[in-house]
Structures are given as structure tokens and as C-alpha cells.
Design a protein around this ligand. Structure first.
Ligand SMILES: [Zn+2]
Length: 324
């Protein structure tokens, strides 16, 4: 309630009512308002210095949470790093060793991720925790690169394994005729008396004596490069197995394949005979590696036991007369 003010007028000897001008009222109000404003500002400044607003404390909480998550992510990254290191070591020291491949050099494995200002956009953000954010991104990028290299390496290994199994299937590794009791290996590789020419000369293969018509097998996967008759070899087959290997089968009675045909190990390619310079029905078998004949007895390991193999070695080393 506004108080009404009076003053004593000495001329009229009366109390007269004080007249307040609008201007005075305005100045009064302005004064009160300014004072209130100053007090309010002081209170706010003090409270914001010593007390948090609900919004501020929410942001602070969020910030703390984010920091915890980033720290957790760093721990996960440590774990992922040790996992990828284990994969790399296994790759270099086991898988690549099996396939005789060089390990992947550490400079390639550890190579950084391209571009110096890869994180420029992030830096321009002027983040409060710039180091933490950029180092996390950097570690993730490095892991991605390492994973990519590892995946490529597994692709290589898959191809090498495939080649290796092709190679193992191709290299001659069985005897060319059924030889259960090993009695058919009649003469081995080395200097032997030739039964028809009647002088000692290099016998470049093994002779397996067997009845006329006994099936002869391809000793590894390959391609028939020759199936022809000659006066000395009789009916003869040559197989190219790839990887530098060839095999020859001589003195056959009949062919079961044609030149150019692909065969698998164990396929029947022809039958035992007595054609060409041959004393009795038998299969003269040769193994060639890089255009040189080698001792076939070293290529019979797939279809014999260790004892049988020893027996074959002994039989093949006997200094007897060859069958042709
Ligand atoms: Zn022979």
C-alpha cells in the first residue's frame, strides 16, 4: 500500500500533501530495479561458482561415463592386439612354414595407415580429450590394417594348400602293378646285365614281372604324353605329372589310354606284355625328375608299410639280370 506523504507549509500553516512527479517515480523504480539486478547477478555468480546447475552435473556425469567407456575400449583394443599378434605368429611360424613360404615381414604387418592428416578433421574439432579420441581411432585403424593383411595371408595359404594337395596327388608314389606280396619286383635301378643285349648297362628303372594282361596303373595324376610302339621299348606309355615329374611304362601288351588323356593315380593305363627288347612278360617302370631318371624305389611310399618298403629296397638293390 503506497504511503501518502505530507509536509508542513509554514506559509499556510497547514499540512499539505507531497506531490510526487511521474519522473521521480520512474527514477525510484529504476533504482530499485538496478539494485535487484546487481544483487541477483552477485547471487548467481556465487552460486554458479560454488554450486552446479542440474544441466552441468548431467554433462559432467555423461563425460565421466564416456571416459570410462573409452578406457574400456582401450582395454578391448589391448586384448584384440594380443589376439592378432597370436594369429600372426601362428601364421608365420606354423602355416607358412608348412608350405615353405617366407613369413610376412614385420614392416608390412606393422605398417601405419596412410596420410599424415588422416585425423585433421578430428583435430579441427578442438576436442577436449583430443589425444584419447585420436589415439583410439589410430589403434582401431591399425588393427583393421593388420586384420586385412592377415586375411590376405590366409587366402595365400589356402591357395598353397590347394597346390600342395595337387602336387601330392601328382607325384608318383605307388607301384605300377598290383604287388601284394612284393614278389613281382624282379630287378632294380642301377647297372644290370641286359638279358637280350648281354652286357652290363644302366638299367634306368624297375622291372615288375607279372603275367601277360596284368593291369598297369598310373602312379600319380597326370597327362598321357606318349602311347606308342618302338622296337626297343615295345608298347610304351609316358605320363607327365607336372612339378618336373614324368613316368614311363615299357613292354606293354595293350594300351588302355590315348595320348593327351588325363589320368588319376591308380587308373589303369595298359596291360603287362612282352613287347620290344624284353625277356619275359613284365613292366619296366621309370621315374624321371627334371629330365633325369631317378631310382623309382624312392617313389613307392604310398602303398607299402615301412617293413614292405625295406623289403622293396633290398629286392631292388640285388645285382641281378634285368628283364629288359
Ligand atoms: Zn627293365
Amino acid at each position: 500500500m503506497a504511503r501518502i506523504k505530507y509536509y508542513y507549509d509554514t506559509e499556510t500553516c497547514k499540512y499539505e500533501r507531497v506531490k510526487v512527479s511521474r519522473w521521480d517515480m520512474f527514477l525510484n523504480s529504476l533504482g530499485i530495479f538496478s539494485l535487484s539486478l546487481i544483487i541477483a547477478i552477485i547471487i548467481l555468480t556465487i552460486s554458479s561458482t560454488y554450486f552446479e546447475s542440474p544441466k552441468e552435473s548431467l554433462l559432467k556425469k555423461e563425460n565421466e561415463e564416456l571416459l570410462i567407456y573409452y578406457e574400456d575400449m582401450q582395454k578391448d583394443l589391448d586384448q584384440m592386439n594380443s589376439m592378432i599378434t597370436a594369429l600372426q605368429e601362428r601364421d608365420d611360424n606354423i602355416y607358412r612354414v608348412i608350405f615353405e613360404a617366407d613369413p610376412i615381414s614385420s614392416t608390412i604387418r606393422q605398417a601405419g595407415v596412410g596420410g599424415t592428416d588422416r585425423y585433421r578433421a578430428l583435430r579441427e574439432e578442438r576436442l577436449e580429450r583430443e589425444d584419447l579420441v585420436i589415439s583410439t581411432f589410430g589403434r582401431l585403424d591399425k588393427l583393421k590394417k593388420q586384420m586385412y593383411i592377415q586375411t590376405k595371408s590366409y587366402d595365400d595359404i589356402f591357395q598353397m594348400a590347394k597346390n600342395k594337395s595337387d602336387m601330392l596327388a601328382s607325384i608318383p608314389s605307388i607301384q605300377p602293378i598290383p604287388n601284394k606280396n612284393l614278389k613281382r619286383l624282379a630287378s632294380g635301378y642301377g647297372m644290370r646285365m641286359h638279358p637280350i643285349l648281354k652286357y652290363r648297362r644302366m638299367h634306368a628303372g624297375c622291372d615288375f614281372s607279372a603275367p601277360q594282361g596284368t593291369p598297369i596303373f598310373a602312379t600319380g595324376n597326370g597327362k598321357i604324353t606318349r602311347a606308342r610302339f618302338s622296337k626297343t621299348s615295345g608298347y610304351m606309355i609316358k605320363i607327365n605329372h607336372g612339378y618336373g615329374y614324368e613316368t614311363k611304362y615299357l613292354h606293354l601288351s595293350k594300351f588302355a589310354v590315348k595320348e593327351g588323356q588325363r589320368v588319376k593315380r591308380g587308373d589303369i593305363i595298359g596291360y603287362v606284355g612282352n613287347t620290344g627288347l624284353s625277356k619275359a612278360p613284365h613292366c619296366h617302370y621309370e621315374v624321371w625328375k627334371d629330365r633325369k631318371h631317378v631310382n623309382p624305389v624312392n617313389y613307392f611310399y604310398n602303398d607299402v608299410t615301412d617293413e614292405e618298403y625295406d623289403k622293396l629296397l633290398e629286392l631292388a638293390s640285388r645285382e641281378n639280370e634285368s628283364l629288359g
